[in-house]
Design a protein around this ligand. Structure first.
Ligand SMILES: [Zn+2]
Length: 248
């Protein structure tokens, strides 16, 4: 451990040297190197999380640069995972960065997710979010999920076996695959809340957004949290067998 580098956080009673070592022994998979994911990975790298995996199949385009600080103009045309890995290694050479230049899908989700302690779900495509939800339950890996649409963002922490899942939140009628609007100041707010939840979990602290949907609405300067209700017929975490999946 580089004591000087992490001195300002190790002073916290919730951290201490033991907490810092827990972070260094931890691995986090970030799914989506977009507006939320790229801020989140900076937060986790700064805190000294020992292994950070990044999964994203896309290349950097100029329309990403209004909110994805980790990518520079010179990175346009480069795989996002390569651009992000390069910056994070320069930023913190003490940690491991593992790029996965692939979309997470039904065929690879379990294999990749089961290599990590926790997942940060920062992909906005609803079907991808459902695949991650299911794979995390199968692999018993907790995950934090955030999304942003304009001036509103949400965050939740799901722990298989303890909390209801993302499918319980959405129900069987999934919302449409819209291209959400995103501005950097809102997506970085949500990313920071996600990153804090991950750090709390890795330190063994209570995670206040566990099993809740936290909604940040910048239009009213409000943050509200409501519990997610488990659906008995949820095809992922419900107790009723052979529940229907209407959208597949
Ligand atoms: Zn569920």
């Amino acid at each position: 451990m580089n004591a000087e580098r992490y001195a300002r956080q190790v002073e916290l009673p919730e951290f201490g040297e033991d907490g810092q070592e827990k972070l260094e022994d931890s691995s986090v998979l970030i799914i989506g190197a977009g507006g939320i994911g790229t801020t989140l990975m900076y937060n986790l790298a700064a805190a000294g999380v020992g292994t950070i995996g990044i999964a994203d199949p896309e290349i950097v385009s100029i329309s990403n640069l209004n909110r994805q600080y980790i990518h520079f103009e010179e990175d346009i045309g480069t795989l996002k995972v390569i651009s992000a890995s390069r910056k994070l290694r320069q930023f913190n050479s003490l940690i491991n960065i593992i790029p996965h230049a692939t979309a997470i899908n039904k065929d690879n989700a379990f294999e990749i997710i089961s290599q990590y302690d926790i997942v940060a779900l920062a992909a906005d495509k609803i079907q991808a979010r459902m695949v991650v939800n299911e794979a995390c339950y199968e692999a018993e890996v907790p995950f934090v999920a955030g999304d942003v649409n304009g001036f509103v963002g949400t965050c939740t922490f799901i722990k298989p076996g303890e909390t209801p899942c993302l499918r319980c939140l959405y129900g069987t009628s999934l919302p449409p695959e819209d291209a959400y609007c995103s501005i950097s100041s809102v997506s970085t707010t949500i990313a920071s809340i996600e990153a804090t939840s991950i750090i709390q979990y890795l330190l063994g602290m209570e995670v206040p957004v566990a099993g809740k949907l936290m909604v940040y609405d910048a239009r009213t300067a409000s943050i509200d949290s409501t519990p997610i209700v488990r659906k008995d017929d949820c095809p992922v975490c419900g107790t009723t067998e052979e529940a229907p999946i209407e959208d597949e």
